[in-house]
Design a protein around this ligand. Structure first.
Ligand code: AQP
Length: 334
């Protein structure tokens, strides 16, 4: 059976972008693959976090993983910082990655341009190697992510090729080469207020995203005030009509109805009707998830699942880490 690794940062409350681009896929994939789904809290601290909030967001994200339908009997669900092999592997990977490669990452370029090089942590530059470690430690063949993560996956593939070549024995695969798996619909959900930029959970403008824990009336309001255009024609044209095209993609991902079917269903109707039906579809999706989320947060079940998940993850991750250490000659023992 092929193996999958993916993770989400507990850097805020997940948005429907995280759901459509990542979590929704996770639920389908757990039936076909050996899956590791991680709460990547070490990634979240590349930017400042409030310690109390961070802890809440870690547990909250774990509860959401389960509430959307991840089953701990099928998938290993765990917290990154509870498996120390991630940080150890990241160091080895950094020492086998060039600064040039890391400076080319667009996420680093965007954030360091905004805040200046002295205003961002070194971790913001070196977190892609941590992500490489997340993937290789579990021998993942496939990594389901949104479109924004493609570049990091390319870095991972380059690293695996280089490491295997440098340290691997002939005819023996040291690290497994992963492939990226992008969601067919909704690989990149855009902001409701600026449909040319990605919807992000840490957006300072809360109107730009729908959080998975937003109440029904908040969801309705946010969708009503989503930026569209003045033509009033519902058609899919991301270049010229990014706002309505984004809403069509969200509608399609949330209901499973193809975009073309939605376009013909709403032919001749205005944006108002379309937006209110979309809002109800999002409310219908999120309401049962929120009920289950609240039950889980108040239960012991959640911590038991995370303890077991970390135990299972450690067994696999430590084996790969030891293989890496042996290959490069660290320490004394195999
Ligand atoms: N807008 C999006 N559309 C589709 N997929 C998305 N993902 C994130 N935003 C969208 C996917 O969600 C997974 C987890 O992302 P992450 O939390 O690890 O990092 P991120 O991509 O930086 O997500 P955010 O919401 O934008 O977080 P912040 O605001 O903290 O930077 C990934 O698979 C990602 O592709």
């Amino acid at each position: 059976m092929e193996t999958i690794f993916s993770g989400i940062q507990p850097s805020g409350i997940p948005t429907i972008g995280n759901y459509i681009g990542a979590m929704k896929q996770f639920v389908d994939l757990q039936n076909q693959y050996d899956c590791y789904f991680c709460i990547v809290d070490e990634h979240a601290i590349t930017v400042p976090q409030d310690p109390i909030k961070l802890r809440q967001q870690i547990r909250g994200l774990a509860a959401l993983y389960l509430a959307v339908g991840l089953d701990p009997k099928k998938a290993t669900i765990f917290i990154q910082s509870e498996v120390s092999a991630h940080a150890e592997a990241a160091w080895i990977i950094q020492c086998n990655t060039t600064i040039g490669e890391l400076e080319r990452m667009t996420q680093f370029k965007d954030k360091s341009q905004k805040n200046g090089r002295t205003g961002v942590s070194a971790g913001l530059l070196t977190y892609p190697p941590l992500m490489v470690g997340d993937i290789i430690l579990y021998n993942a063949n496939l990594v389901p992510v949104g479109d924004d993560q493609k570049q990091h996956l390319e870095l991972t593939r380059d690293f695996v090729e280089r490491f295997n070549k440098r340290y691997g024995q002939k005819n023996q695969e040291l690290l497994v080469m992963p492939e990226v798996k992008i969601a067919e619909q909704g690989g990149r959900v855009m902001s409701l207020q600026d449909p040319t930029s990605k919807m992000s959970k840490s957006d300072t403008n809360a109107k730009g995203f729908i959080s998975m824990l937003d109440e029904p009336n908040v969801i309705r309001k946010k969708i009503k005030s989503a930026v569209t255009d003045s033509t009033g024609i519902i058609e899919y044209d991301p270049e010229n009509k990014p706002g309505i095209s984004n809403l069509l993609s969200i509608f399609s991902a949330v209901t499973g109805r193809p975009v073309a079917e939605l376009v013909s269903a709403y032919e001749g109707k205005g944006y108002g009707d379309f937006k209110s039906d979309l809002a109800e579809a999002v409310v219908d999706l999120l309401e049962p998830i929120q009920i289950r989320y609240n039950e889980l947060l108040a239960s012991d079940e959640l911590d038991e699942i995370l303890d077991e998940g970390a135990d299972k993850a450690r067994l696999v991750a430590n084996k790969t880490l030891q293989r890496m250490k042996n290959a490069i000659g660290l320490g004394r023992k195999s």
